[in-house]
Structures are given as C-alpha cells and as structure tokens.
Design a protein around this ligand. Structure first.
Ligand SMILES: [Zn+2]
Length: 160
C-alpha cells in the first residue's frame, strides 16, 4: 500500500509546460576513506590534524592527499600545528542533514601553517562581524566522548 506522505506517490505537477516530479532518495552507504583514513582516526583518537607531505617538493596537503599532484610520488604523514589564517569565510544560513540544527554558523577556509591549500571548517567563538581575512585561528576539537571521526570533530577559533 502506498504511503500517502511519500512524494513518489504524489501526482506530477505541470508548471509552465514543465513536469515537476516529486521524488525521494534515501540512500544508506559505507564510504571508505582508504589511504586517508589516518586523518580521521587521528582527529577522533588523538585530537590531531594530520597532513601529507611530498618527499620530493615538500608540498604539504591538508586535506591530505596520498600523492603529490606535481611530482606524482607518494606523500608521507606529517602533523599539522592546527594554526593558520582565515582566507575566506561566510555565514551558512541554510544547510542539510545533520548540520541543519546548527545554522546559522560561520564556515571558512583556513590556510594552515605550512600547507599548500586551505582547509574548510566551521569557525566558532567569534561574531561574524568581528571576523576578517588574515585573522589567526587555531583548531580546537570536540571533547573525546563527542568525537565521531568525522570532519566536524574539529573547528577553528580565534588565536590572538
Ligand atoms: Zn611534490
């Protein structure tokens, strides 16, 4: 028997000549983090941010990359200081899934010390109006019992 609330059983609509088809996706899946698994394990178990360094050119990737995209050689794990500077930021007003409850929140790109690219995460403990590009920040971690091994185990806070 069809679920009356399931959008897949609602008749189509036609607006301006286009069919609008209600639908629903619910997909449970397992995603392997593969060679980048240590990044998530270190966050959860040791409250550490890890990057990966190219042994040839010295580039440090955090987000980690298992190979250098300039030299095409395997990279090696290095611990990041967790300190960096804000390069870009915005206030998230609408979100999905498990972070919907947290809106509004500030998200920003942080150029970590020694890293080649920015790492995006939430920025807390500061008002949006007081944040600026170039602001020094540092990574903070949730208490051990709240860490799940996911990217939201850490966030940035002002470091000045
Ligand atoms: Zn390299």
């Amino acid at each position: 028997m069809a679920d009356e609330k399931d959008p897949r059983f609602v008749p189509i609509k036609v607006e301006d000549g286009f069919v609008i088809m209600p639908d629903r996706w619910k997909v449970d899946f397992l995603a392997s983090m593969g060679e980048l698994s240590r990044f998530f394990i270190e966050m959860k178990e040791n409250a550490r941010l890890m990057g990966m360094k190219c042994p040839r050119c010295g580039s440090v990737y955090c987000w980690p990359r298992s190979w250098c995209h300039d030299c095409y050689v395997d990279t090696e794990w290095v611990e990041m200081s967790g300190k960096g500077k804000v390069t870009v930021f915005g206030q998230v007003e609408v979100s999905l899934n498990d972070i919907k409850k947290d809106v509004p929140f500030i998200q920003g790109g942080v150029h970590l010390e020694g890293a080649r690219y920015v790492l995006v995460s939430c920025i807390r403990e500061i008002a949006f109006e007081d944040l600026y590009t170039g602001m020094p920040v540092r990574a903070e971690f949730l208490p051990p019992e709240e860490r799940t091994g996911r990217i939201r185990d850490f966030y940035f806070v002002p470091d000045e």
